[in-house]
Design a protein around this ligand. Sequence first.
Ligand SMILES: [Mn+2]
Length: 333
Amino acid sequence: MDIKEFKIKLDELISNSDNVFISPHIRADYDALAASIAMSLIVKKFDKEAFVVMSDDIEKLEQGMQTIFKEAKGITSFVSKEKVEQMLKDNSLLITVDMNKTYLSACSSYLDKFKNIVVIDHHNPDKDTIVTDYQYIMPKLSSASEILTELLICSNVKISSRVADYLLAGIFLDTAKFTKNASSKTMETVYKLTKKGGELARVMEFFAEDYLVDRKVQNLVSKTRFITYTAAIAMDDTQTIYTREELAKVADYLLKYRNIDASFAVGLTTEDIISISARSRGSVDVSSIMHEMGGGGNEFSAASQIKDSSLEETGEKLTRKLVPSCYKFPKAN
Ligand SMILES: [Mn+2]
């Protein structure tokens, strides 16, 4: 569907609603948060109340995310998922951004209470995708922030320099600093946001590394095994607990090496949950590999969480999936 066509439908749904809830995925990242803030600005243009449902523990977010969250409180209303149920009206609209799966919404237990649901995302749909007639799912686009920038522009919503920064941060994250899945369209979006006053130098400040986190990330990077010449798995077989963001950083980091087409970071994220963060330059569809292991994503970026398995078993299972899909001979120079 063309974005202008989608926009007409979206406008109609917003106009006819009593109030609007915007749901980023749980454990929101820069892309989900920026897209949610942008969506709230679009809704406000219709003089409708817009609430972003954030149930993450704000104190646990990384510093840059906390900065955006605190600043954005001035322009966007945030509510917890517990509050939403009391605020629901007969004609409440839910708009999910940066995710399309039921289980990734903080509102998953009461999705049926919304009169209408709109899904705006750039991840592949699958059997768990929220069932609705109103979907705008574009797996070829870099990020939800890229989609939302277009929507803001079509909606004639003023983009402040700070909102432009947030959206740039979303694109920056999802393209691993413009190194993957950044099309000419993505760069055009970056251009438009820069024209609105967004500045990459300020965006970089959100991503400033914490020394201890970076040591942890590099320590896991140093445990990388090359399963084939082009596929790498960084796996920690100790009981160290990682955040999903740390695993994502490891997988992102590994893609910087010349030969690596697909990278995987595997580690415990709680005592009994193993998480995998997968990244690809595009030649290996990591979402299909992660899908087979109970997760999802898109061809460039995917993840899964595994229960009732050991790190060793998970590592072996992943290796078996990789060998047929990933093996290729090194290119001669
Ligand atoms: Mn995203």
